[in-house]
Design a protein around this ligand. Structure first.
Ligand code: 8YV
Length: 322
């Protein structure tokens, strides 16, 4: 009996590709060239399943490809805002993601950015590498203390909760959270105070970290007006999705020191970064590294593979989102 053909849009860690090859007929992407609308349409036409990533724009137009052989999109990642799920549902395409396995690493990277922005590590590193460090000075690159400060979490799902734990237990921070899906209990979780509004959270936080999905409702949630509700010494961290922040408004606010600093892992038009941000010293810029550890990328591969295996065995995939 012929095996399902799975088209893999990007190069994956070797063990994941080996596992996929053992289970399915696969078409891999050894050159790792990012997909185009035309190559995605080709994958939908020819594969029974497509293992896709955040760099694949699976728009309504692309998903309307006909004739289409693909029946499942197994996304390698938890966020799936790059897939038009309404169109996918309309065409009867199953969509899965890879939750849980990247929670800890993404929370760790959030703390990396928070600390780097607060303690000006990027600036310090650039100084040393440029050969411009003239030696220790009592007033050099003074940052802001993290321990004991107030961390405001926008979005209190799996990753937000993991960040709360690290911040509370590791850094003695007071954690507050705003998430419209939280029940109106006094506390979001033990030791985490719930805020009724975003404005309340922004006005009370020394650090603001974003952990909400990118949806039409959260697009540009952080904009000129909401940045104006933040404290002047506040630091913004974003490891969720670039769309949640109006990047141009953030660059303007950082240049004017309306807020102190930011740490960003994600951008509105990845891999492009707003040019206004690139020249600023008070922003730490990482290239979407949230889940980038060997352990997690293997686990994500296993999870995506498990979804494909279940689907082609006629079972409900464990991580179905559409
Ligand atoms: C992934 C991510 O690396 O899982 C997510 O939502 O943002 C990243 O950590 C990326 O999505 C891979 O497709």
């Amino acid at each position: 009996m012929s095996r399902p053909l799975v088209i893999v849009t990007r190069r994956l860690p070797d063990p994941v590709e080996q596992q996929l090859s053992a289970l399915f007929d696969v078409r891999l992407n050894p050159t790792d060239i990012p997909s185009t609308p035309a190559s995605l349409a080709g994958a939908l036409r020819e594969g029974d399943g497509v293992l896709c990533t955040v760099t694949d724009r699976l728009t309504a137009d692309v998903l309307a490809t006909a004739p289409r052989r693909a029946r499942i999109l197994a996304n390698f990642g938890v966020g799936f805002n790059h897939v038009d799920v309404v169109a996918a549902r309309h065409h009867g395409l199953v969509v899965t993601n890879t939750p849980d396995v990247l929670t800890d690493d993404t929370a760790d990277l959030t703390m990396t950015l928070l600390l780097a922005a607060a303690r000006r590590s990027g600036e310090g590193e650039r100084l040393v590498r440029a050969g411009s460090w003239s030696g220790w000075r009592p007033t050099q690159l003074l940052g802001t203390r993290v321990t004991g400060k107030v961390l405001g979490l926008v979005g209190f799902g799996r990753i937000g909760r993991a960040v709360a734990e690290r911040a509370r237990l590791g850094f003695g921070m007071s954690v507050i959270a705003y998430d419209p899906s939280l029940l109106a209990a006094a506390d979001a979780a033990p030791g985490v105070r719930r805020c009724a509004t975003l404005a309340e959270l922004l006005g009370a936080s020394d650090f603001v970290s974003l952990h909400c999905p990118a949806t039409p409702e959260t697009r540009h949630l952080i904009n000129a007006s909401t940045i104006g509700q933040m404290r002047a010494h506040a630091i913004l961290v974003n490891t969720s999705r670039g769309d949640v922040v109006d990047e141009t408004a953030l660059a303007v606010a950082l240049a004017r020191h309306d807020i102190a600093a930011a740490g960003l892992d994600v951008y509105e038009g990845e891999p492009a970064v707003d040019p206004g941000l690139l020249g600023l010293d008070n922003v730490v810029l990482l290239p979407h590294l949230g889940s980038a550890t060997v352990e997690t990328r293997l686990a994500m591969g296993e999870r995506a593979t498990a979804n494909l295996v279940a689907y082609f065995a006629g079972q409900e995939p464990p991580d179905r989102v559409a």
